[in-house]
Design a protein around this ligand. Structure first.
Ligand code: ZN
Length: 200
C-alpha cells in the first residue's frame, strides 16, 4: 500500500508522540487539530509556544518554572526558609501554593524515578536538593512526590540520602488516593494531605 501521509505531517506526529503521555493516536489528533484551526489562531498558538521557550525556565535556586532568574518564592522575604517541600513538577508546587497552606520553599526534582522510562537519579535535580539542605538553615524536608509506585520509590530514595542529616523528613499522603497525581487533587484534599504529613 502506498504511503500517502504527507511527510511533514508524519514528522510532526512522530515528534509529538515522543512526548510523555502522547501515543501515536493522540499525536495525530493534536497535529490535525492544529491544521484544522483557523490559520491566525494556529499561528498565535505556535507563537505562544515560542514565547514559552524563550521566557520560561527553571528558577536557578528551586527549579520552579519562572520568567525571572529566581522565582517569587525564592526571593520572598515572607517565606519560611527552614522548610523545603519536594515535588516532582512545577505544577505540583502551583497546586500546593493554591491551597495557601504552605509557607516554606519548594524544590522541583523534575520528574520521578522510573526504571521503565529509564529515569535514574542523575536525571533528576536531587544533587541540588542535597546541596540546598546543607547550605540553607533547613529543619524539615517534606517529600511531596505523587502517591504512585514511582513517586513512593522516589521519596524513599531521597529519604535515604537525607536521613542522616539532623532534620525532620516527612511524607504527605493522607487523604490522597494511591495513584493520584498532586496537580489534579482538589484544594481541600491537598490541604489535608499537607496537614496530615507523617514524619518518616
Ligand atoms: Zn525558586
Amino acid at each position: 500500500m502506498e504511503n500517502i501521509i504527507p511527510e511533514t505531517l508524519s514528522k510532526v506526529v512522530e515528534e509529538i508522540s515522543r512526548l510523555p503521555g502522547y501515543g501515536e493516536k493522540s499525536a495525530q489528533r493534536l497535529a490535525v487539530n492544529i491544521l484544522n484551526m483557523p490559520r491566525g489562531e494556529a499561528l498565535d498558538l505556535i507563537k505562544t509556544f515560542m514565547q514559552l521557550l524563550e521566557k520560561v525556565h527553571p528558577c536557578k535556586e528551586c527549579g520552579i518554572y519562572t520568567e525571572d532568574e529566581l522565582c517569587p518564592i525564592c526571593t520572598s522575604e515572607d517565606r519560611d526558609r527552614s522548610v523545603i517541600c519536594v515535588v516532582e513538577e512545577s505544577f505540583d508546587a502551583f497546586a500546593i501554593e493554591r491551597t495557601g497552606k504552605f509557607n516554606g520553599l519548594y524544590h522541583i526534582i523534575g520528574g520521578r524515578l522510573s526504571p521503565l522510562e529509564e529515569i535514574t537519579p542523575e536525571d533528576l535535580n536531587i544533587d541540588s536538593l542535597i546541596e540546598r539542605v546543607d547550605r540553607l538553615p533547613v529543619k524539615e524536608v517534606i517529600l511531596a512526590t505523587n502517591p504512585t509506585v514511582e513517586g513512593e520509590a522516589t521519596a524513599s530514595y531521597i529519604y535515604n540520602l537525607l536521613k542522616d542529616k539532623n532534620i525532620t523528613i516527612s511524607r504527605i499522603g493522607y487523604g490522597l488516593p494511591f495513584g493520584a497525581v498532586l496537580e489534579n487533587a482538589d484544594d481541600f484534599t491537598l490541604s489535608k494531605a499537607l496537614e496530615h504529613k507523617t514524619p518518616l
